[in-house]
Ligand binder design. Structure first.
Ligand code: PRP
Ligand code: ZN
Length: 311
């Protein structure tokens, strides 16, 4: 395992990817489509930037080219991205899984990003009473997700009218266009500011990376590089680097508490009979392990974030 914990981002990526970069010319650029404006725009750009890719974004730009990676970025409506990727206008795209489920299975899902977590929910005006999903019977529900909603209603034996619209779903009840809506909820602020309350979760979603099904070998190679970078960022995010001091007679029991690491690093301290142990622990196990380590005699525990982790 190779752990990087410093800020020389571009230099590090250039070093790690040196063998690939020599083979790939800047001519054959990978085209990625991301959301122009909305919940996923900022996180999508941040993901690319945290991969060490330099991107100049100007106001209202629809297209830009990365400086140090053969990548062209298209800024599009998220709902249109699966179609553009399927048609080969873009090679890959970042969209909500919900958009993918609604639009197309003509593309390949290659990676869940871990951001853009949200739910597709049914909401009704705040002052309306609601008991179970049977309360939806007879209602007119406005949505941009008619296919997913239809499946949900069928599976739950609900007879409601689906009113497909192309945007601004949240205002449909207040202008008398529908009784309820089925739309994405993330922070919940859109529902709140439109006097609506969430009553049913239809599905949970997060941002995913999709790919055109038939790409050239060169493009596949570029995607491999990009995914490699993303994997190392995700690995780093889910893990912490831990350093601690321990008396030598407790080393064995302390090392046994450090899961997932075949061999933690053990270095002698200047103080006789003491050692320093370095290891990596999963973010999820963090608090449980820290307490156990303390009880087993560990002292001076330091936990530091990892910037990138290549396994
Ligand atoms: C979704 C949805 C709401 C908003 C909800 O829009 O249509 O407008 O996010 O988020 P909130 O709960 O944090 O307020 P999306 O980003 O998909 O853009 P779009 O509606 O233009 O497709
Ligand atoms: Zn959308």
């Amino acid at each position: 395992m190779f752990i990087i914990n410093n800020y020389l981002n571009y230099i590090i990526w250039a070093y790690i990817c040196k063998p690939f970069l020599f083979e790939i010319s800047m001519e054959n650029k990978l085209k990625i489509a991301i959301q122009k404006s909305g919940r996923l725009s900022e996180d999508s750009l941040d993901l690319l930037k945290s991969c060490g890719i330099k991107i100049n974004t100007g106001l209202n730009k629809l297209k830009t080219t990365a400086e140090n990676f053969p990548l062209e970025i298209f800024f599009l409506r998220d709902d249109d991205i699966p179609k553009y990727v399927a048609d080969g206008v873009a090679d890959i795209g970042i969209v909500g899984e919900n958009v993918l489920l609604e639009n197309s299975n003509q593309v390949k899902l290659i990676k869940k990003t871990g951001f853009g977590k949200c739910r597709l929910s049914i909401a009704i005006p705040r002052d309306k009473t609601y008991k179970t999903n049977k309360s939806l019977n007879g209602l007119k529900i406005a949505t941009t997700y008619p296919i997913i909603l239809k499946k949900y209603l069928k599976a739950n034996r609900i007879k409601a009218d689906i009113h497909e619209i192309s945007g601004s779903v949240e205002i449909a009840p207040s202008i008398g266009l529908a009784d309820a809506i089925c739309d994405l909820v993330s922070s919940g602020s859109t529902l709140l500011s439109n006097g609506l309350k969430e009553v049913e979760v239809v599905l949970k979603s997060e941002a995913v990376i999709i790919q055109n099904k038939s790409l050239s070998k060169e493009k596949e190679q570029l995607i491999e590089q990009l995914i490699f970078r993303i994997d190392s960022l995700q690995g780093a995010k889910n893990n912490k680097y831990i350093l601690l001091n321990a008396p030598n007679n407790k080393l064995k029991s302390i090392c046994n508490l450090l899961p997932g690491m075949k061999s933690p690093t053990i270095l002698p301290l200047a103080k006789e009979g003491w050692s320093s142990i370095h290891s990596v622990i999963k973010e999820d196990d963090f608090w449980e392990i820290i307490m156990k380590l303390k009880n087993a005699g560990a002292q001076g525990i330091l936990v530091v974030p990892i910037e990138k982790m290549i396994i």
